[in-house]
Design a protein. Structure first.
Length: 107
């Protein structure tokens, strides 16, 4: 069964991917803004950054695929558990509903 720790891992990876996309977009924007600087150091730095950005994009795409695959596995595992243990699933859902109702009722 898919544990809460694995779920947090998927959420953390998704946040990391989102943050990483922002960094990549900012780096690309910086490259465009400094395109007019034709000094030897600037050209070399842009070439290195472009190489690193390309590598980062490839790694990000691979990570997105892994996260999507794990999310699908989690959904499949949950579906299978509910099908094999319908009354336990109903009991857990009812318990969560009661707890939420109590918390909301206190306000």
């Amino acid at each position: 069964m898919y544990t809460e720790l694995e779920n947090n891992d998927v959420v953390t990876k998704q946040k990391l991917m989102a943050d990483f996309k922002v960094v990549i977009a900012d780096a690309e924007e910086l490259l465009k803004a400094t395109a007019q600087d034709a000094s030897e150091k600037a050209v070399a730095a842009r070439a290195r950054i472009e190489t690193h950005l390309s590598d980062a994009k490839a790694k990000l795409a691979a990570l997105e695929e892994v996260v999507a695959q794990r999310a699908k596995q989690a959904a499949d595992a949950t579906d299978q558990y509910v099908r094999e243990n319908p009354w336990k699933a109903v009991g857990v859902a009812a318990g969560v509903g009661v707890l939420l109702g109590m918390l909301i009722g206190r306000r």
